[in-house]
Design a protein. Structure first.
Length: 121
């Protein structure tokens, strides 16, 4: 049985629609992030998104490769949860594809799929 009841991306095949959904959820997450920062608890947007996806359950989220390293496999048919990856500029720099002095106009954040502990065996 697939774990789709809390996954806003389940059944979506269009990447642009998924990214738009992620942007919408991120707007809500940024409001929470600001409130938590004012209360002295700094957290990232991704941390808030994962809490939103967990809906009060104690779930662990990891990428496909991270689960694989743990000796677990994502169940067939499961849809990943979308979170933000590092900015593309940082990724290119880490891969040696751009020079330190080279500028990219804006930070474009890529996306990354993670899977919950209910989606692996």
């Amino acid at each position: 049985m697939t774990e789709t009841r809390n996954n806003p991306y389940a059944g979506m095949s269009d990447y642009k629609a998924k990214r738009a959904t992620l942007r919408g959820l991120s707007v809500k997450a940024k409001v929470v992030q600001k409130q938590l920062a004012e209360a002295g608890t700094p957290v990232t947007v991704n941390q808030i998104l994962l809490k939103m996806y967990a809906k009060g359950q104690n779930l662990e989220f990891r990428s496909f490769q991270e689960w694989k390293k743990e000796g677990k496999w994502v169940k067939k048919g499961e849809s990943g949860y979308l979170i933000w990856s590092r900015p593309v500029k940082d990724l290119r720099k880490a891969e040696g594809k751009i020079e330190e002095a080279e500028q990219i106009d804006s930070d474009f954040f890529g996306t990354k799929y993670v899977f919950s502990s209910l989606q692996v065996r």
